[in-house]
Design a protein around this ligand. Structure first.
Ligand code: CA2
Length: 145
């Protein structure tokens, strides 16, 4: 049976490639999902993708991953900096997860420097653009026996 990773993209990431190319580049969410899926296939995994602008929908998808996934790759968008609930969902399912940020959150506004996931993520990839999703998949896959 192919092992599965859940790819989670949070609020506003549906706008990728549509607005703000100077910060986030020109790739779309579909491109991101393909990059992650291809990297996962290289490592022998398949990917289920979800993007939502609603915190509860993201939390439900993370809970469901407990049933049939072996790890999670997540770009929580702005929820990175605000959401204890998302942190609790991710720690609650006891699966290793990778936190991805397309932009260099350490060199933008001060409020983007703090992440509620920073001390519980197995892998953190920051500021590599959309290729960071491939790095995150490879690094996470390497941790999964
Ligand atoms: O750099 C990242 O990947 C972020 O997680 C993206 C979030 C931002 O709130 C985080 O601080 C860093 C924003 C999601 C994308 O928002 C867009 C808005 C307009 C156009 C394209 C994307």
């Amino acid at each position: 049976m192919t092992r599965r990773l859940l790819l989670v993209n949070g609020p506003n990431l549906n706008l990728l490639g549509v607005r703000d190319p100077a910060v986030y580049g020109t790739s779309t969410l579909a491109d991101v999902e393909r990059i992650a899926t291809d990297a996962a296939a290289e490592a022998g995994f398949e990917v289920r993708s979800i993007q939502s602008n609603h915190e509860g929908v993201l939390i439900d998808a993370i809970h469901a991953a407990r049933e049939d996934c072996v790890g999670v790759i997540i770009n929580p968008g702005g929820l990175t900096h605000t959401s204890v609930a998302l942190r609790d969902a991710l720690t609650g399912i006891s699966l290793p997860f990778a936190e991805v940020h397309i932009s260099d959150v350490n060199n933008r506004e001060e409020f983007r420097r703090f992440s509620y996931l920073h001390d519980v993520a197995a892998v953190r990839i920051i500021g590599e653009g959309v290729d960071g999703y491939a790095t995150a998949v490879a690094r996470l896959a390497a941790l999964i026996p």
